[in-house]
Ligand binder design. Structure first.
Ligand SMILES: *Cc1c(COP(=O)(O)O)cnc(C)c1O
Length: 385
């Protein structure tokens, strides 16, 4: 298709409306069932959803919760984080990953990422552990992030965390549905957390999240933490917790959305493969590790030096193609986080990525003709640089 005119039908960055059109009647019915039974909090949909989520990703236990940020807090509290402990986090991520560490009165230590996968660099982590010990910090764990939908390199990370007696949390807010070798996201770390924020690969119609683990003790503790640290009954509190429950209505929505999720993952992969085949010659395309799949929360390009990102994005906008930058400032450079340690003064890869990344439209509903229009538009804008 030639890029002569702007597309008649607007291209969405993440086409949630197309998804809703497909399942609207089922969603309406599922929500009206909640209105009928009236158990808005911890209603029957919660158990059903949790069973389906665990089954979907082969985890022994899944617990739904209020959002992906609270999921991280529940995970760290269950792992026994204490005031002054240090936790390693990549700097090229959404703010929650480091924020939760500070909220637990612990110290985030920022680690660099890899230039090809954008995920935490195991060698930078090793260097960080060495330094933390020299500085008499007390490192207790690592939060790996599966950025843009691709799992981090868990075999390499496991080796480092086992050797150094650290726990490992997978922040899988962007990667639910992905695989790492034979295993699914949800089983790759001591605890895996995810988010059902509407724009994530599996999203609800509000805030939501979940935690996954194979450890029965950890799931018991997290289910207590989820309801204010409750013990045997409501007014028996045995630990400090949070209000971390998911609403029954959101669970009802997720039960329906989970049914179409496998097909959406296939369609996201189709779009990503097409983008990569068409654009790899001229732009930095995302690379997957061998034996690893992505749930393609984002399809993120690296622009070469000669391309100005603002004019690239403006040129695409004029052709009706929305783009976005995830993330324009690494966390270690943000004012709220300047005071926290980092492995080196400059986390070179994080900083370089922040300057050159840009994400293209992605969802399970990018049509073949839209994908063609998008790559033609990208080629046209690049040729004018
Ligand atoms: C979205 C996101 C979160 C937070 O999830 P919420 O549900 O918005 O609280 C945490 N980590 C990463 C990497 C995310 O992308």
């Amino acid at each position: 298709m030639a890029v002569a005119e702007v597309q008649q039908v607007a291209i969405a960055f993440n086409d949630l409306k197309a998804q809703q059109r497909l399942i609207r009647e089922k969603i309406d019915l599922a929500i009206s069932k909640v209105l009928d039974h009236g158990r808005y909090v911890l209603g029957p949909e919660i158990d059903v959803l949790e069973a389906h989520l665990a089954d979907f990703c082969d985890a022994k236990h899944a617990l739904s919760c209020s959002n992906g940020t609270d999921a991280l807090i529940m995970a760290m509290l269950a792992l026994g984080i204490r005031s002054g402990d240090a936790v390693f986090v990549p700097s090229f991520t959404f703010v929650s990953t480091a924020e939760v560490v500070v909220l637990c009165n612990a110290i985030p230590i920022f680690v660099d990422v890899l230039p090809d996968t954008y995920n935490i660099d195991p060698n930078s982590l090793k260097e960080g552990i060495k330094q933390a010990k020299q500085q008499n910090l007390n490192p207790v764990g690592v939060i790996a992030v599966d950025i843009f939908g691709q799992p981090a390199d868990y075999n390499a990370l496991r080796e480092v965390t086992i050797e150094n007696d650290l726990w490992l949390i997978a922040d899988a807010a962007q990667s639910f549905g992905a695989r790492y070798q034979q295993k699914k996201v949800g089983t790759l770390a001591d605890i895996t957390t995810t988010s059902f924020f509407p724009a994530k690969p599996l999203g609800c119609y509000g805030d939501g999240g979940a935690v996954f683990t194979d450890n029965a003790d950890l799931v018991d503790v997290m289910s207590s933490i989820r309801v204010h640290g409750q013990g045997l009954d409501k007014y028996d509190n045995v630990r400090i917790g949070i209000n971390g429950r998911l609403d029954s209505i959101q669970a009802a929505v997720l039960i329906e959305k989970l049914k179409i999720f496998p097909q959406e993952l296939i369609d996201r992969q189709k779009t990503a493969s097409f983008y990569t085949a068409e654009l790899a010659q001229m732009l930095g395309v995302p690379r997957l590790l061998a034996g690893v799949t992505s749930s393609w929360a984002q399809y993120t390009l690296k622009l070469p030096d000669y391309v100005d990102r603002d004019s690239f994005m403006l040129g695409l906008r004029e052709l009706g193609v929305p783009t976005a930058v995830y993330y324009p400032i690494p966390l270690h450079m943000q004012s709220a986080y300047l005071q926290y340690p980092r492995v080196t003064d400059n986390l070179k890869v994080c900083e370089a990525l922040a300057d050159c990344v840009v994400s293209l439209p992605m969802s399970g509903y990018v049509t073949a003709s839209q994908a063609e229009y998008i790559v033609d538009a990208v080629k046209q804008v690049i040729s004018k640089q």
